[in-house]
Design a binder for this molecule. Structure first.
Ligand code: NAD
Length: 274
């Protein structure tokens, strides 16, 4: 193998070598899957979210050991613009730039509109939508200076269609797609792309708990809960995995996706094809 061939092989295996990624809400679920995938692709990562400090430290250590990249953590609360600013500034001070921003933090609450708690509406809009506005406006100067950047917004199938009792979540996720389009248009000539991923049901510990809970509550087998309750809207009748979401995020961050911007990519087993 020549040196040039070796360098090409390393570039192919680690397409995000020398990049710095911040992933909001990455102490569990989809965000953690995406952080692991970005680290596997060679990026330094800044984790964010809530959780037991010793578990977060263990996650940092295991990602660092497995993929040989620096792994930092910010406990910034995505409802607090000043904490978001501190997280972005610390990442830039620590690593010199912020190249890949993944807006993933999100919460849900289910209630009829007339009973929807105002505090829950405010929290969902703040975490699932406004935090992405803050991280984006704060990360853009670093991306513009480098003439390269990737912003990946984790929306939902609920960014494309509605469901009853999820007013705040559906409104926030539809808003996320609007923010994605405007960000893409404003940065189109700057080497920066902004896209949204719209997952249907993804298998996470939270979903596993729901399967067991519903099976016990209704006295029906797990398989029936999965097929007829949770995946009632999802034609392929399988959960996406956090690994699949990670691989899609890595693809959007690579040069192969340079011309994809302003898109909302459904990852929903056909849900929104109805
Ligand atoms: P999760 O509950 O496993 O993870 C949410 C993460 O956000 C955690 O790390 C949590 O600590 C963090 N977080 C919550 N509030 C925060 C705050 N105020 N500040 C900072 N971090 C905060 O959820 P998940 O299922 O992995 O969902 C991640 C994203 O994917 C969300 O935006 C969600 O809407 C979206 N999504 C999930 C599914 C699914 O089936 N799981 C489907 C579509 C979209």
């Amino acid at each position: 193998m020549t040196i040039a061939m070796t360098e090409r092989a390393i570039a192919a295996a680690k397409p995000l070598k020398d990049k710095v990624s911040v992933i909001t809400g990455s102490t569990s679920g989809i965000g953690l899957g995406i952080a692991r995938a970005l680290a596997a692709a060679g990026s330094a990562v800044v984790l964010n979210g809530f959780g037991a400090p010793e578990e977060i430290k263990a996650t940092q250590a295991s990602i660092g050991a497995e993929f040989g990249v620096p792994v930092a953590f910010s406990g910034a609360d995505m409802t607090k613009p000043e904490q978001i600013a501190e997280m972005v500034q610390t990442a830039i001070d620590m690593f010199g730039s912020l190249d890949v921003l993944v807006n993933n933090a999100g919460i849900q609450h289910v209630a009829p509109l007339q009973e929807f708690p105002v505090a829950k509406w405010d929290a969902i809009i703040a975490i699932d939508l406004s935090s992405a506005f803050h991280t984006t406006r704060l990360a853009l100067p670093s991306m513009i200076a480098k003439k390269w950047g990737r912003i990946i917004n984790i929306a939902s199938a609920h960014g494309l269609v509605g469901s009853p009792f999820k007013a705040a979540y559906v409104a926030a996720k539809h808003g996320m797609l609007g923010l994605t389009k405007v960000t893409a248009l404003e940065t189109a000539e700057m080497g920066i792309t902004c896209n949204a991923i719209c997952p249907g049901y993804v298998y996470t510990p939270l979903v596993e708990a729901q399967i067991d809970g519903q099976a016990k509550a209704h006295g029906i087998p797990r398989e029936k809960v999965i097929r007829d309750v949770l995946l009632a809207q999802q034609p392929n009748k399988r959960f996406a995995t956090t690994d699949e979401l990670g691989a899609i995020a890595v693809f959007l961050a690579t040069d192969a996706a340079s011309s994809i911007t302003g898109a909302a990519l459904p990852v929903d087993g056909g849900w929104t094809a109805h």
